[in-house]
Design a protein around this ligand. Structure first.
Ligand SMILES: Nc1ncnc2c1ncn2[C@@H]1O[C@H](COP(=O)(O)OP(=O)(O)OP(=O)(O)O)[C@@H](O)[C@H]1O
Ligand SMILES: [Mg+2]
Ligand SMILES: [Zn+2]
Length: 335
């Protein structure tokens, strides 16, 4: 158990009371033959086997009452109070929650709500540090001043959610298409930082064409499986500039495996940016000498279309919600 969970066990007096009530019920419901009963009860069961029937039943009830008293009252006796160093309020806690072991070594200095708030803040900071450390380019993409080149699309990206309508609808990510310098990559970094900060997403990894173009080399030096495993397992993945990747048959099949794993088997999201806007051009990226690669390209495109939301960064729109009738091309499927 983590340090936080350990302290919370003593601070969460409601939970302790619930556990005590459950223990009381358990003892009350115990029967003589029960092997898992508390010590004093099993001790009685052992001593009582020669007693006359009636005496035995009565003695057992007494032993139960004693067991409850011993176990439950012993814990309650260790309920005390302290003053929270954050909010200044007095709060209750147990110095002991078990009669045998588990003694809180030092008195807690924060009340339960403040303790939880601190835990959340620390966890959040850890996620942010991890996000920055694993993605050195985040510094660049998060330091842009000024306004987004495509505000409507930027907003659409920021509004992405994995689950909609109380879990009825599921989006497995975004495919951002359009010209260079329209703000696609920046929009994803902003979105992901928000998700990591506010929504408990633990890990994010961005890879670009340079890293994906190294796949053939990784096959040679046998680091390919570790690399692909990382891409498969990270909670949020950005594949930046997918169309800049030189798609050899091996790269095509690795990509297919990656999308199968994330989108179909593990329900993990993926964000993609590329300049390629149409389905035909996408499949063309997979135009090796073999028909297999083209088929893979088509399958990947179909899978993405099924699972993800496509946003076209070339279409000029006003931020509008809901879209007005006169708007042309907004939200149109490429290809
Ligand atoms: N949200 C934003 N706020 C402020 N400036 C932005 C924003 N998004 C993009 N910009 C500006 O536009 C530039 C290009 O953005 P970005 O690299 O995200 O575009 P892109 O669509 O990913 O381009 P490419 O297709 O070449 O990768 C940034 O360097 C920055 O100057
Ligand atoms: Mg980019
Ligand atoms: Zn407090």
């Amino acid at each position: 158990m983590s340090r936080y969970g350990y302290i919370e066990k003593y601070l969460n007096t409601d939970a302790v009371e619930r556990r005590l009530a459950a223990l009381q019920k358990k003892i009350e419901g115990a029967i003589l033959e029960d092997k898992s009963q508390p010590e004093s009860l099993s001790d009685f069961a052992w001593r009582s086997w020669r007693m006359p029937e009636e005496e035995r039943a009565e003695g057992y009830q007494k032993a139960k009452a004693k067991a409850i008293e011993e176990k439950v009252e012993a814990v309650r006796k260790f309920k005390t109070t302290a003053t929270c160093q954050d909010c200044g309020l007095t709060f209750p806690y147990f110095t002991r929650i078990d009669t045998e072991i588990c003694v809180l070594e030092k008195p807690p200095i924060y009340c339960l709500p403040c303790h939880r708030k601190r835990c959340d803040q620390e966890a959040r900071q850890e996620r942010i540090d991890n996000f920055r450390e694993r993605n050195p380019l985040s510094r660049h993409y998060l330091s842009q001043n000024g306004s987004p080149p495509r505000p409507a699309q930027f907003d659409a990206v920021q509004n992405w959610r994995e689950w909609w309508d109380d879990g009825d609808q599921h989006s497995q990510g975004l495919v951002l298409v359009g010209d260079s310098f329209t703000g696609k990559t920046t929009a994803v970094y902003r979105l992901v930082r928000k998700l990591v900060e506010e929504n408990d997403y633990e890990s994010f990894l961005a890879v670009n064409s340079t890293q994906l173009n190294a796949i053939p080399e990784r096959v040679m030096d046998r680091t390919i499986s570790t690399f692909m495993q990382e891409l498969q397992e990270v909670e949020l993945l950005l594949i930046d500039d997918l169309d800049k990747v030189r798609i050899t048959p091996r790269v095509a099949s690795e990509l297919w495996g990656l999308f199968e794993h994330r989108l179909r088997e593990q329900n993990l999201s993926v964000f993609i940016t590329m300049n390629t806007r149409t389905k035909r051009d996408f499949i063309r990226l997979f135009n090796g000498k073999d028909a297999d690669s083209r088929q893979i390209g088509l399958s990947i495109y179909n899978r993405l279309q099924q699972a993800c939301q496509f946003i076209d960064f070339d279409v000029l729109t006003q931020p509008a919600n809901p879209p007005t009738a006169g708007e042309e091309g907004a939200g149109e499927e490429p290809g």
